[in-house]
Ligand binder design. Sequence first.
Ligand code: RFL
Ligand code: PHB
Length: 391
Amino acid sequence: MKTQVCIIGGGPSGLMLSQLLHLKGIDTIVLEKHSREYVLGRIRAGVLEHGFAELMREAQCGERMDREGEIHDGFEISDNGALTRVDLHKYSGGSSVVVYGQTELTRDLYDARDRMKGTVIHNVEDVALHDLNTTTPPYVTYRDGDEIVRIDCDFVIGADGFHGPSRKAIPKDVLTEYEKVYPFGWLGVLSRTKPVNPELIYAKHDRGFALCSLRSQVLSRYYIQVPLSDTVEDWSDADFWDELKKRLPAEVAERLETGPSIEKSIAPLRSFVAEPMRWGNLFLAGDAAHIVPPTGARGLNSAASDIYYLYHAMVDHYLKGDDTGLDQYSQKALARVWKAQRFSWWMTTMLHTFPDSIAYDRKLQDTDLAYLFSSEAALSSLAENYVGLPF
Ligand code: RFL
Ligand code: PHB
């Protein structure tokens, strides 16, 4: 097979780039390790920044998001039971975020690829990347049963998430990896219940962090901070609801509607950046190159800026013969990636209970929150980061 751009990974990053390039007449093949049902079964992001929503519209995939997604102009922070609202709209100069599940937006992207007869090949095994930085064009191989299939291309996009093979194809002496692993995870529960609050509540509590989020007016998503040693089996639904209630303000806990979990999973919290994001004709995008703890809702949104830069760089290359965007991709993407890293690290550090913290650390956490609520400048900084820095 032959294509212009071979994209490894059929998550939001890979599908979005494929769709945008298609609209400009640039041919792509997307290779995905899992089935479509598996990809759509992963419950992840719920909050999309303004820039991500714009990119969905540009990809002609924004119609259902605009109809069914909720615009949120603010969220609440609970500090050991005391609630304060962060007015995103006011402090970001009129911006907001969209509450729309990653499952739904991925479904919209798959539907668009189907409509346009885009090639997305599922269940590929043993994906390998070849000739990425040689004088001959690159190619990608995968196994289909007993057969090895080869795809010749101009560029390879590594959009295969944190565990995919693309980043690992870059030699160790070229790649620098920066990593911080947090000593806890998030236990998440999805339930067919009415959300406890119209807006998200980020709850700092001595027992550990909690988050009340939602997917719609009939679908709630809640998280609690748990030790890394915990497993999903350790937490019955009843235990989860009990613990969540303890970490929320009393009046919120009282009105919390509980029900059976329809999904329950634990995500470890990690900050990670790989540099550079380009090696020869390989370009990394999204979680393949960087991970943030979910506290600042930045993961998918950092992926969006990578895709935006890559999309424009590819269009300039193919339509104008201009390689400036490709040459500057890594540097430009990383500049924004690190700002999302800083913000996510800050939100995580301020709101979680660290098992090894000393009294001094806890005083600083309290002061961080007190300063935030006392300073319009600090609230503006939070708001501009949460709604998304410009691409
Ligand atoms: P993905 O979604 O991991 O997709 C990568 C795809 O590559 C495939 N793959 C392979 N394909 C072919 N060959 C191989 N060898 C392959 N190996 C892997 C995988 O099967 C997969 O389909 O990466 P992508 O596209 O870069 O998207 C990134 C986002 O998924 C991620 O950043 C967000 O989900 C992070 N995140 C959030 N981000 C936000 O912006 N807002 C949020 O509110 C938010 N909440 C969250 C989150 C992530 C969470 N978890 C579970 C980590 C909440 C949680 C709990
Ligand atoms: C979610 O709804 O899954 C969600 C929302 C906000 C976050 C993280 C996750 O910061």
